[in-house]
Design a protein around this ligand. Sequence first.
Ligand SMILES: Cc1cc2nc3c(=O)[nH]c(=O)nc-3n(C[C@H](O)[C@H](O)[C@H](O)COP(=O)(O)OP(=O)(O)OC[C@H]3O[C@@H](n4cnc5c(N)ncnc54)[C@H](O)[C@@H]3O)c2cc1C
Length: 479
Amino acid sequence: MENVMGSSVYSPVSEKVVEDLVALLGRSGVTTDREKCLAYSVDETIPRFEREYAAEAVCFPEDTAQVSAVLRYANEHRIPVTPRGAGTGLSGGAVPACGGIVLSMERMNAILEVDRENRTLTTEPGVVTADVTKAARNSGLFYAGDPCSGDISFIGGNVAENAGGNKVIKYGATGAHVLGLEAVLPDGSVVTFGGRRRKDVTGYDFVHLLVGSEGTLAVVTKIILNLIPLPKRVTDLLVPMPSLEAAVKLVSLVTTEGGVVPSSVEFMDRNSILNVERYTSLRIPHSDAAAQLIIQMDGMDRRQLWGDVEKTGDLCVRNGALEVFVAEDRNARDRVWRIRKYVAAEEWTYSMPVLSKEDIVVPTSAVAAFLTRLPRITERHRATYNAYGHIADGNIHITIFPDGIAPEEDLHELAVPLRRELYACVNDLGGTLSGEHGTGLKRKEYTDIFLNEAQRALMKRVKRAFDPNNILNPSKMLP
Ligand SMILES: Cc1cc2nc3c(=O)[nH]c(=O)nc-3n(C[C@H](O)[C@H](O)[C@H](O)COP(=O)(O)OP(=O)(O)OC[C@H]3O[C@@H](n4cnc5c(N)ncnc54)[C@H](O)[C@@H]3O)c2cc1C
């Protein structure tokens, strides 16, 4: 396999390499079983990649020392290593693009400490995100990271992707909650950055360089998260809107005119909602409305929260809402969020061909313009779409379906000019190609639209400084 950064060639995972890895991790810490290797070589990217990628071995380290031993060995022998969390990524980040070793973090799955006094939680990377949330809650505290995949993703994968999700407008993306990291560099050395402190300007901010670096610079082995007091009250509004324009305008008015900072503002267009009804047993009021919004507000004090709910509800009605459903108790709120989770999971898409699943982000002031241009772009490429997502962050997910494309036509080939036109439009509006799903393998060919030559050259120099032999997650982020 050609090394993408230079002239050297990677070594294969030979029998001798497997023996050496077993010596480092024990028999149960390594597999070369073909089926298992293939299962650990995909993520949730839809559509799947044009060709199949396959790990030659999967390693299951149990602690930092084992991660270090594997990386030191792989670096010395020039074997590519792809870190892997739960494999729920949507850009091929955990796909072993150059073969070699997949380093699964699933056995590093302990929450090490909840420190109530410092309001921090220290965890290994292989803990399911929802378990982090639960552990914080059991101590009366709140972890505000909330990707829609929280029941299945790992916290380490969230850090590596700087996962966003539903509460970014009020609390920020994953990176906003990370105070410190322990990580292993590609040569096996162990580094720690940041710590149980809320301020730190000593040296470069490596914590936030590693956050979102998609496993290309270091393997994260320990994470210190910031916790906040647990909001005692939460209320969700489900708001069907008669037009996309009215929905977008309302989102901005909630904060500017209403003076309310909701904890979530989610958006689902008509096609998304109709597909939920078509493929699940859920029935949604006003399912033919142009858009539905979920507006969540939280707080400590019932009276203050109710004041925000009333103000927001009033704004909704004055700005055209077809109805405002208020969900206060757990069951009602779960029913509202089930709609959004079904839209994100899009189980139905697995039985439908998908041209592309996108995650663009534009300034919030440009959301309306983007949604106006989107149908013209997809029509030109003989496609239809569902649009939904974190509208208050300007982050719109788009699942694009072929429409009138003959079965013999190559969907992968057709997706390229469609994506280029879509991204050019996003760039024109001051946006970028991914808000939270990452560049990975899927979008690296399009970075030239958004990053100039100097930026790309700097990224390569940073990569080289961390990983001179380019063994860690090669062939990701940049072509
Ligand atoms: C139904 C569904 C809903 C989703 N909703 C959201 C959402 O709301 N918001 C959002 O942001 N994303 C969402 N995602 C995408 C995905 O869940 C996130 O990107 C998540 O952070 C990936 O975590 P993971 O553990 O599955 O990582 P993986 O997919 O296994 O890996 C992702 C990347 O992280 C790297 N990596 C993993 N662990 C480590 C580590 N310990 N050290 C270094 N690098 C590492 C991998 O190499 C890879 O590049 C959704 C996905 C699905 C399937």
